[in-house]
Design a protein around this ligand. Structure first.
Ligand SMILES: Cc1cc2nc3c(=O)[nH]c(=O)nc-3n(C[C@H](O)[C@H](O)[C@H](O)COP(=O)(O)OP(=O)(O)OC[C@H]3O[C@@H](n4cnc5c(N)ncnc54)[C@H](O)[C@@H]3O)c2cc1C
Length: 401
């Protein structure tokens, strides 16, 4: 009565696709991916807009730290099909434009501004032996001082997160650049950037396609194992039956847990934990105008402007024109330009999130349902990390059945 598989994977984004391919590499063919869209890639999908690819999940660039992940991705889009770029990203701060990260590039501002920033950083809690706070907003003041906090970090995060910043924790901040006061001082005196190199200092982008191409190829290679255009409506956690149609021995969940609250067999306490998980939504809007800049993208902290980032696709996507913006959907303004809303864009790092997601995953694994990727683990992660986690989970599970 049911179609039976050893593994049913919910979602054909980078994490689900990588998990599936690792199964295949190990000779395991009894798996199915259930995907609500008509194409694989999730947030990393691209679509042709105005004659060139546009990354509908927002600006996506590949910066892989692990060789095995890079080798895995090159199997689908070989190395010679990628261009390598040195990142050029700017921050617009009032009438000035400086490179990212802010703390390493204060030297690019007028001298009297540099003095004000340096004094402010010298007074920050981290430079005066104050303990690190538990809340994100307090942490910003503690780490960067009042001036960077109020002119850049708080307005920018108000825009992208669109949540009371006091509700966010600090456990995820290891992902942000860590520039010391000494580094900032040194960069101002030497008039050059110093301190740690930010993520994506170099990045790869497909030569002839959008970022979605690698995932599209990955999905196409296993298209007979993917049910596209099929939304996961229900999972019976007692029998591991999905949509009353597919039966699994193990389920890999890469879709937002919130999508599963109507399912069968979830205890009330776990439903409550799922309901505490929060996310934000991002609108990507295309403009065909030409902007004279060498930057790949620009951050806009000014709260009077709705979007927080501009991506100049002509500077990384061959033969393209125009740019797109990223705006938290709560701040988005209507207009006639092409727009795509990513309902699930960023999992929010609320103070209570680690406790909730740990409880959910611990319970679900006892039912042979494994959370994987950005939504299964409810964690900001780049696509290379989603791939790595998919490969690792498959390695862990292979042979268990
Ligand atoms: C604005 C932005 C910029 C980013 N920039 C970068 C970058 O520069 N570099 C980088 O490496 N990463 C970047 N990322 C992160 C990257 O998008 C994620 O790491 C990656 O997409 C995670 O893959 P995933 O498979 O875990 O989740 P997703 O890509 O979200 O895939 C989940 C899949 O589940 C499907 N799904 C959801 N609900 C259902 C349902 N009910 N039924 C069936 N299917 C469902 C979705 O359609 C999707 O295909 C960025 C993310 C955002 C939002």
């Amino acid at each position: 009565m049911y179609k039976e598989f050893k593994y049913v994977i919910l979602g054909a984004g980078p994490s689900g696709l990588s998990f599936a391919h690792r199964l295949l590499e190990n000779g395991e063919t009894s798996f199915l991916i259930v995907e609500k869209e008509n194409i694989g890639g999730g947030l990393c999908r691209s679509k042709d807009i105005d004659g060139s690819p546009l990354d509908i999940g927002g600006g996506h660039f590949l910066d892989v730290r692990k060789k095995n992940v890079l080798d895995f991705l090159f199997k689908f889009l070989p190395e010679d099909e990628w261009n390598k770029f040195e990142r050029i990203s700017k921050i617009i701060i009032r009438e000035n434009e400086i490179d990212y990260p802010f703390e390493s590039n204060i030297w690019q501002l007028p001298a009297d501004e540099q003095i004000e920033y340096l004094i402010s950083i010298s007074q920050a809690g981290c430079n005066n032996n104050k303990p690190m706070p538990d809340k994100f907003k307090d942490w910003i003041y503690w780490k960067l001082g009042n001036k960077i906090a109020e002119e850049y970090m708080i307005p920018y995060n108000n825009k992208i997160q669109s949540i009371d910043l006091d509700r966010l924790g600090t456990y995820w901040l290891y992902k942000l650049p860590d520039v010391s006061f000494r580094d900032t001082l040194e960069s101002c005196l030497k008039k050059q950037q110093s301190g740690t190199i930010p993520a994506h200092a170099h990045f790869l982008y497909p030569k002839n396609f959008g970022y979605g191409e690698v995932w599209n190829r990955m999905a196409t290679a296993i298209k007979d194992n993917i049910e596209f255009n099929t939304s996961v409506e229900s999972v019976d956690f007692n029998t591991l039956v999905i949509n009353n149609k597919y039966k699994a021995q193990i389920i890999i969940n890469t879709i937002p847990w919130i999508e599963l609250v109507g399912s069968i067999g979830i205890p009330d306490q776990i439903i409550n934990e799922i309901n505490t998980l929060e996310y934000n939504s991002i609108d990507v809007t295309y403009y065909d105008e030409s902007v004279d800049t060498s930057a790949h993208w620009t951050y806009i902290p000014d709260e009077s402007i709705s979007h927080h980032r501009i991506l100049y696709r002509k500077n990384f996507c061959a033969n393209s024109i125009g740019y797109w913006t990223e705006t938290n959907s709560k701040r988005s303004i209507s207009g006639s330009n092409w727009k795509h809303t990513n309902k699930y864009a960023y999992p929010l790092n609320t103070i209570e999130k680690p406790k909730s997601i740990n409880a959910i995953r611990e319970w679900s694994e006892s039912k042979f349902v494994y959370g994987l990727g950005r939504w299964g683990e409810w964690e900001h992660m780049n696509s290379d990390v989603a791939v790595e986690k998919g490969l690792n989970l498959a390695d862990f599970l292979i042979g268990k059945l």
